[in-house]
Write a protein that binds this ligand. Structure first.
Ligand code: NAI
Ligand code: MG
Length: 354
């Protein structure tokens, strides 16, 4: 299979984990005789340094011509100090918006060797296998007006807007994903208070007629945030709007382990997607070969599955991650007492060897 993959390493540990991802992909492509073409682009602080823009047109161009995009992480103290107006993170928000990546997926599952490192009880988390689908390009984060008013700027206004198509496309995506999993969809809203949530609920109920095999439930966001740490194993796919999804996905990410472990995918209606680890640029450990590459490596597995339909290759990567952890290898962020602590490159070597 021939595919063009845009590689955006970004800042901090981004380039370190990205190097691991490319090596794993190379190994997969050698093994299965795929033709993956890697083309590198600038984003974030690295792009600001090079050309004063966190998302140069050349990068956007490259992404538009690619079959999928891999992103490391952006940001760091260097750019926080120098400029208020140009920030690395703007590159990230803009690329999602420009490419129309409206569905953000974060899978969370329990890895046996890591269960003991969690702050939650083993019996609460051992069967967790859930997927959060967060609307990514609408809602409160993009609504206009968003401004300060009054003579002394004593009034702050943000606007929560959704049109019905924005809700339909993400809810439909979530139904499709639920159908491929355990066929349960939990739609999270605040329909007892918010008009946008009432419309959200109507859309979910209407579309559910197209997916009679998927069991649907509605849950208010406050209750959902409580249920996520009380009985997380009850969830299969959760679909929700931008703000609720931002908060719930960070909450869910801590159920089973380290930030360094978690992958994400941002998708639109066709097969093109952007794949990145959930973590940031980790300036405190950047350049030291200490970063956990597994969030990035598992993002590669999501890319193979969702953008290329290469389910077998994706499973091989996921199984290798499981095996390496079971063999006791881990990076420092996992705070495990037993096993062998290794560097970023060594961890990647182990994945490729297994
Ligand atoms: P962070 O995720 O970069 O780091 C939080 C903590 O987790 C740090 O102690 C870090 O060392 C550790 N950590 C994160 N990823 C790790 C990995 N793969 N292996 C080992 N340890 C890891 O979040 P923080 O410190 O809040 O932000 C740092 C910079 O990253 C900021 O400029 C922020 O804006 C940016 N950021 C970028 C994101 C992105 O590119 N998607 C997401 C979140 C933050
Ligand atoms: Mg967040």
């Amino acid at each position: 299979m021939k595919k063009r993959i845009a590689i955006l390493p970004g800042d901090g540990i981004g380039p370190e984990v990205m190097q691991g991802a490319v090596r794993v992909l190379q190994a997969i492509s050698d093994c299965f005789q795929h033709d993956f073409i890697f083309e590198e682009g600038l984003i974030g602080g690295a792009a600001i340094d090079e050309c004063g823009n966190p998302l140069p047109d050349t990068t956007l161009d490259l992404c538009s011509k690619s079959d999928a995009i891999l992103l490391g992480a952006v940001g760091g103290p260097k750019w926080e100090a120098t400029s208020q107006t140009i920030r690395p993170e703007q590159g990230l928000l803009r690329i999602r918006k420009e490419l129309g990546l409206f569905a953000n997926l974060r899978p969370v599952c329990a890895y046996e060797p890591l269960i003991h490192a969690s702050t939650l009880k083993k019996e609460v988390i051992e069967h967790v296998d859930l997927l959060i689908v967060r609307e990514l390009t609408g809602g409160l984060y993009f609504g206009k007006p968003s401004e300060r008013r009054g003579d002394n700027k004593e009034l702050a206004v943000d606007t929560l807007v959704y049109n019905i198509q924005e809700i339909e496309r993400v809810v439909d995506k979530a139904f499709q994903l639920a159908r491929k999993r355990r066929k349960k969809l939990t739609s999270v809203d605040k329909a007892n208070v918010l008009e946008s949530s009432r419309m959200w609920r109507e859309v979910v109920n209407r579309l559910s007629a197209n997916y009679p095999d998927v069991q649907v439930e509605h849950m208010l966001v406050d209750s959902a945030s409580m249920q996520l740490i009380y009985r997380p194993e009850q969830f299969d796919v959760i679909v929700t709007e931008n703000l609720f999804g931002d908060i719930l996905s960070d909450e869910a990410s801590m159920i089973t382990g380290s930030l360094g472990m978690l992958p994400s995918a941002s998708l639109r209606s066709d097969a093109v997607g952007l794949y990145e680890p959930v973590h940031g640029s980790a300036p405190d450990i950047a350049g030291k070969n200490l970063a956990n590459p597994l969030g990035m490596v598992l993002s590669v597995a999501l890319m193979l599955k969702f953008s290329f339909g290469l389910d077998k290759e994706a499973s091989i990567i996921e199984e290798s991650v499981m095996k390496v952890l079971n063999d006791g290898f881990h990076t420092g962020d996992l705070h495990l007492q037993q096993g062998t602590r290794v560097s970023t490159t060594k961890m990647v070597n182990k994945i490729i060897d297994s």
